[in-house]
Write a protein that binds this ligand. Structure first.
Ligand SMILES: [Mn+2]
Length: 330
């Protein structure tokens, strides 16, 4: 089963016969290196351990509008080369906090979930199985999408614990059924809300106009906490998120379109307005202090629309920010 669920992270396909710099990255100019943050690539899914396990989920068959998020894992792997730690790595310094993060924390890249071409629900089974496998061997699994539909099959793999889901997103993704479609990137939070172990949903960053009443009304009826983007912009993060409910295990899902597309244009469904990088970082850090974040995903980075590559870079940085806060909690 394992062999069919993951493909290893790809290695450089055409290595120069005389490398300009020694392989292993001794040179100051970074070169092609295809794992998240330069983490070791897992060869055997049955035999590895790390504090953090990265998995790509190159799936975008759940996209209603512009596809391309299937290329997100590759783009973010590439963008994360900026944060390649090098030989003597022991952690990073967060220059803005003046604090060391991820000191002594180990990482591994398990590769990409082996997504097939067509069958949606078969792919969801594969994604759930893959998520269970990653969870088994690390403390914090990080799933890099892919469109946002992947969150439902991933959340299914956390069914051994009551869970709060904290969703950063311009959209609610709470549609029950539209033209018979129930598993797109517009349905996944509704599907997750139906899972018995999902106890609370918090949605941060909602904005725009919604064309249908039912999903919004249903979310309110179901007790979903909604913090619109404009509240964060006007009140600041601490005030806007002051009344997040509860504590305990949480799964965080970041749709990169929560950010203002002026700063993060590389996404399939850009929405006017939104929060900026610092506001999202502050919110993620706050969430990581309040909850026990046991896994998270970053979705909807679409390099097809990311002309300057900044969106993938922002995603790579935000992943480090959140991980730094999670492991600072102890
Ligand atoms: Mn979304």
């Amino acid at each position: 089963m394992t062999a069919h669920v993951f493909r290893p992270a790809h290695r450089p396909s055409h290595e120069p016969s005389t490398p300009a710099v020694p392989r292993g990255g001794e040179g100051a100019i970074r070169h092609g290196f295809a794992s998240f943050y330069g983490a070791p690539i897992v060869e055997d899914m049955d035999d590895w351990r790390a504090d953090i396990g990265f998995a790509g989920v190159p799936f975008d068959a759940g996209t209603n509008d512009r596809p391309g998020a299937r290329f997100g894992p590759a783009a973010i792997r590439d963008a994360s080369a900026r944060y390649h730690p090098g030989e003597e790595w022991a952690g990073y310094i967060d220059a803005e906090q003046g604090a060391r993060i991820l000191e002594g924390v180990s990482m591994a890249d398990v590769g990409d979930v082996d997504v097939r071409t067509v069958d949606l629900l078969e792919n969801f089974e594969i994604i759930t199985e893959a998520a269970r496998l990653v969870r088994r061997s690390c403390r914090v699994p990080v799933f890099v999408g892919g469109d946002h539909a992947i969150t439902f099959p991933i959340v299914r793999a956390f069914d051994d614990t009551p869970l709060t889901i904290v969703q950063f997103d311009a959209h609610q993704d709470y549609t029950d059924d539209k033209y018979g479609v129930r598993y797109s990137h517009d349905n996944h939070m509704r599907r997750s809300s139906e899972l018995p172990h999902v106890r609370q949903i918090v949605q941060v960053g909602l904005r725009g106009v919604l064309e249908r009443f039912e999903p919004y009304d249903a979310a309110l009826r179901d007790g979903v906490i909604i913090v619109p983007a404009e509240r964060i912009v006007r009140e600041g993060v601490p005030a806007a998120l002051a009344s997040l409910p509860g504590a305990g295990p949480a799964y965080v899902t970041v749709d990169i379109d929560v950010l203002d597309p002026a700063g993060a244009p590389g996404t399939g469904y850009p929405e006017p307005g939104g929060i900026n990088y610092y506001q999202l970082k502050e919110a993620l850090l706050l969430v990581a202090r309040q909850y026990d974040v046991i896994g998270f995903d970053v979705t909807e980075v679409d390099p097809v629309y990311d002309a300057a590559g900044v969106t993938a870079r922002i995603a790579a940085k935000l992943i480090l920010d959140l991980l730094g806060a999670v492991f600072a909690r102890g």
